[in-house]
Design a protein around this ligand. Structure first.
Ligand code: TXE
Length: 528
């Protein structure tokens, strides 16, 4: 069908604080996506041959440019995603600047051939090592909640490993991705190596089925499952980062002032629209009431408003759909007997998408029973349910009673105890006495277990996803025929049984006899 006969789809970059459309874009068609991937493929052939120091120079210039334009970038993110500008500066710009430093510092040693020592004495005359080669073209599909830092960290990891990238940003926040491309253009990245295709889910689906070599997806569980199904058809390697329902465990010996501040920040930062948000807070019964009091008092002091106002701490939700999810979760919790201690309502006087930071109590969580949606489904909004527990075992069971397993936190003055509990929690990351900041540790892997996804981004593990590992094995004594080659027979069979006895028998006499037999194989006749 000619392009003109196809209805043109559009996406709209919107200021969530006012609902005003900032800019509209036509969605890239599947032909345009395929063409972007084709161009990326050609460009990648040259980029993978570019010296590592030249790639590093591009990264340094990118970093310098991002640092120079930090206020403009933060303001743009804040405008399109609604978050306070200082949060955009810290959780988006700073995270990316630091990630660039990490790759500049670390990537060269990661790419060095890695020796693979051989334990088997029969194979000691060989030298084995791993080479890490780029995947080719990496497709990245990213969400709106961290429109700059989520795609940028993946783009940086892909590029430094010699890949080309085609990025499909969220339809709600395309401008941040365009800024990222502009920064790389200014840094001198050769053309076509990093491309941005703008569009909706259909554009994302087109990228999934295009001839990319790897796909990194961050978004919702249902979309992640659709992508995994499409990827399975053609055995496309994927990483899925699908969000969470992260628990915070506050033990009886925790510092209540610190832990309550962390709970409030961890639940409400970015208006709760963070995959690592505190979505469930379990507090030891002995300290529960005081902890709740502190959280309520601190929540009431939060200033809700536009991201452009330096006094704002909580911005708007991204759109009405998010508000609807939050409202339905709160209503369902109330129907299950919960009480709202603060918040629990929209703030229309501020704009169309504002919701008051909310604390819920009396949300019953009995493992295996019919619990409220707010304890099971990702809310992705500024709602903090606080639930008491009596024993450490119960707290761990409650934390693990979830389909998700992205991150968790344990709060205690006894760090070894906290670390022991952390080891028992089913999650990709567990922080002891901190929340969320693991995302900003460039060296640390990011990703989850269970429905939170597959694979890892960030750190060494993230780089591993961007390469194909090739094993090279070279024989050091190539003119000597191998003992195990043809020329079998009953004598050889006995010699080889002796060799296995030499290596694995627990009886020393047996081993010695095995050695004597096996030695004969070195001099056997009739070998082909
Ligand atoms: O996600 P979607 P949405 C969760 C959060 C939120 C919910 C819905 O709970 O309420 O997801 O958010 C692209 N093939 N998270 O609707 O639809 C889409 O264009 C390929 C958690 O924004 O999954 C966008 O670029 N791509 C989360 C990206 O997928 C497709 C962050 C995410 O969109 C596609 C965001 C398809 N068929 C939401 N359909 C986190 N983990 O941080 C859509 N897309």
């Amino acid at each position: 069908m000619p392009q003109s006969a196809i209805a043109i789809r559009k996406v709209f970059s919107t200021d969530p604080a006012t609902g005003k459309v900032l800019r509209e874009f036509e969605c890239a068609s599947s032909e345009e996506v395929a063409a972007a991937v084709d161009h990326a493929q050609s460009a990648q052939k040259l980029w993978r041959e570019v010296s590592f120091s030249e790639r590093i120079s591009v990264f340094r210039r990118f970093q310098t440019e991002l640092h120079r334009r930090k206020d403009e970038v933060a303001a743009q993110i804040s405008l399109e995603a609604g978050k306070p500008q200082v949060e955009a500066l810290l959780t988006e710009v700073l995270v990316v600047l630091d990630a660039a430093s990490f790759y500049i510092r670390y990537a060269k040693s990661f790419l060095r051939p890695e020796r693979v020592p051989h334990g088997n004495p029969a194979l000691k005359t060989k030298r084995g090592y791993l080479l890490r080669e780029p995947q080719g073209v990496v497709g990245i599909i990213s969400p709106w909640n961290y429109p700059f830092s989520i795609p940028s960290c993946d783009v940086l990891a892909a590029l430094i490993m010699g890949n080309a990238v085609v990025l499909k940003p969220s339809e709600l926040t395309p401008s941040a991705a365009l800024l990222l491309r502009e920064l790389f253009n200014t840094a001198g990245l050769p053309p076509d190596i990093f491309q941005v295709v703008i569009g909706d889910g259909l554009t994302g689906a087109a990228l999934t089925t295009a001839t990319i070599d790897k796909l990194i997806f961050t978004g919702s569980v249902p979309t992640g499952r659709r992508i995994a199904t499409a990827a399975a058809e053609r055995l496309l390697s994927i990483v899925l980062e699908l969000g969470g329902k992260d628990p915070m465990l506050v033990l009886e010996d925790a510092d209540l002032d610190i832990a309550s501040s962390a709970a409030v920040w961890g639940a409400f930062m970015n208006a709760g629209q963070t995959c690592l948000s505190v979505e469930r807070c379990y507090v030891h019964r002995k300290i529960h009431d005081r902890f709740v009091e502190l959280c309520v008092e601190k929540t009431k002091r939060l200033r809700v408003g536009r991201g452009s106002d330096p006094e704002s701490e909580i911005g708007p939700m991204i759109n009405q759909q998010q508000l609807n999810i939050i409202e339905s979760h709160v209503a369902d919790a109330l129907a299950h007997g919960a009480r709202v201690l603060t918040g629990g309502k929209r703030l229309p006087e501020l704009g169309p998408n504002f919701y008051a930071p909310t604390i819920l109590v009396d949300v019953k969580h009995n493992v295996g029973s019919n619990v409220a949606r707010i304890l099971i489904e990702e809310t992705f909004g500024p709602v903090l349910p606080i639930i008491p527990f009596d024993t450490e075992e119960e707290a761990i069971a409650l934390a693990n009673d979830s389909d998700f397993g992205l991150s968790a936190s344990v709060w205690t003055r006894n760090r070894p105890r906290g670390e022991a509990i952390a080891a028992k929690i089913e999650a990709g990351t567990v922080m002891v006495n901190d929340v969320i900041t693991c995302f900003g540790i460039s060296e640390a892997p990011h990703g989850g277990v269970k429905s939170s996804g597959l694979g890892r981004t960030h750190g060494r593990s993230g780089l591993e996803e961007m390469v194909r590992t090739k094993y090279i094995d070279a024989e050091l004594l190539p003119s000597i025929p191998k003992v195990w080659w043809f020329g079998y027979g009953s004598e050889f069979h006995l010699q080889m049984k002796g060799f296995l006895d030499l290596l694995f028998s627990k009886n020393w006499a047996h081993r010695a006899r095995g050695a004597a037999k096996a030695t004969g194989a070195l001099f056997r006749k009739g070998r082909l």
